[in-house]
Design a protein around this ligand. Structure first.
Ligand code: 5GP
Ligand code: MN
Length: 362
């Protein structure tokens, strides 16, 4: 997560005082025009955030397949860092669009960014935003800094794929099974399989449109959520076994946390992305509002995942520590020892909250 080290969104999530509006009709029209007015043989580069999750990759590849249907053929999709797609997402349609960051078109006519709240989440690819081409941003983070020429940022959307589907519709691209599978993975990932509060009637209506293309939700969910190597099962057991509960933390709402080192991964012969799912069993802890997993990324670097059940705005904590995210799901890059990183979190959690926010995860 080297790219996230400089993460510092300038906009705080303070929706109770200033609800962040979604895209205006002018924004939608500008986005449609940016695609429709591509030159013949125009080069399009799609970028999603570092360490891509289901929403980042699913929105990007689903939208990419839609652009293909519009006849855009000079099309690449990429993300910063190592060009490794997490195993659970390797079955996504549209993988053929993916290229390593090092091979990404240097001067695209149109750049489209997915699920990234700030350009620092695009790592070494952030320079593609400053070329002569148009930069279009599709996102749903309230902390989005508006780093594109055209910004379709809808903090009320459960996932970036909601924005992607709307733009495809406005472009007149019908859903097919390939597009739908990508958008379904994105939507189900960011809504916690339709369990989080962001699961509105509109989310289920979108899911219904996607399912109507004939995709198989059972197969998709098994692949994306319910499948991991035996080594990862044992690794989870070990890491969960050292979880600590601190009932006094977060103003008495409780904190539960654990950590995983690079050595833990090596001993169980596992890749770092298997740890993405680790927050789920940790956040089940009934006695804690806030849950946290600290995942080592280098000698003194840690990718920190934070979740709240509702009483705590973890995006405030993450932003204060140089990261970002949503009110109920956020993260940042920690430095030092695990104990030092957790102490920083404890200290931020002790700061009284100011106002509400957007109940959003993923
Ligand atoms: P996760 O814990 O699943 O990695 O991330 C939860 C949420 O926090 C996501 O919305 C993600 O975009 C955001 N997030 C995680 N890590 C970082 C970070 O280092 N910087 C920023 N700006 N956001 C992060
Ligand atoms: Mn997302």
């Amino acid at each position: 997560m080297t790219a996230a080290a400089t993460d510092a969104p300038t906009v705080r999530v303070e929706a109770a005082e200033s609800p962040v509006a979604g895209p205006t009709e002018v924004d939608w029209a500008a986005a449609v025009a940016a695609v429709r007015q591509l030159p013949v043989d125009g080069r399009v580069l799609l970028i999603c955030h570092v360490n891509p999750d289901g929403d980042a990759l699913g929105s990007m590849l689903g939208f990419g397949l839609g652009l293909r249907r519009l006849g855009v053929h000079r099309l690449q999709a990429t993300f910063p860092g190592p060009p490794e797609v997490p195993e659970p997402l390797r079955g996504l349609p549209g993988q053929e669009l993916l290229v390593p960051a090092a091979e990404a078109e240097p001067e695209p006519d149109l750049v489209i960014c997915f699920d990234a709240a700030s350009d620092s989440r695009l790592g070494e690819l952030a320079d593609r935003l400053t070329g002569p081409g148009t930069a279009l941003v599709l996102d749903h983070h309230a902390s989005n800094t508006g780093f594109g020429d055209v910004n379709l940022v809808d903090p009320a959307a459960a996932a970036t794929s909601v924005v992607a589907e709307q733009l495809l519709e406005r472009l007149g691209v019908p859903l097919d099974a390939g597009i739908a599978e990508c958008l379904y993975v994105a939507l189900s990932t960011d809504t916690g399989s339709f369990r989080f509060d962001a699961t509105t009637p509109a989310v289920h209506e979108m899911a219904a449109r996607l399912l109507a293309t004939g995709i198989s939700p059972g197969d998709i969910s098994r692949r994306v959520f319910d499948s991991r190597p035996f080594g990862a099962v044992r690794l989870f057991g070990e890491v969960l076994g050292r979880a600590r509960l601190e009932p006094e933390a977060a103003g008495g709402q409780g904190l539960v946390w654990t950590y995983a080192t690079l050595d833990d991964l090596a001993r169980h012969d596992q890749r770092p992305y298997v740890l993405e799912a680790l927050i789920d069993p940790v956040r089940c802890t009934a006695e804690a509002d806030v849950s946290c997993v600290v995942k080592q990324t280098g000698p003194d670097g840690w990718a920190v995942s934070l979740r709240s059940k509702g009483a705590t705005d973890v995006s405030r904590v993450a932003v204060a520590l140089g990261g970002g995210g949503h009110r109920l799901a956020a993260g940042f890059t920690g430095r030092g020892t695990v104990e030092e990183v957790v102490e920083q979190i404890r200290a931020e959690l002790a700061v009284p909250a100011s106002g509400g926010g957007i109940d959003q995860q993923g």
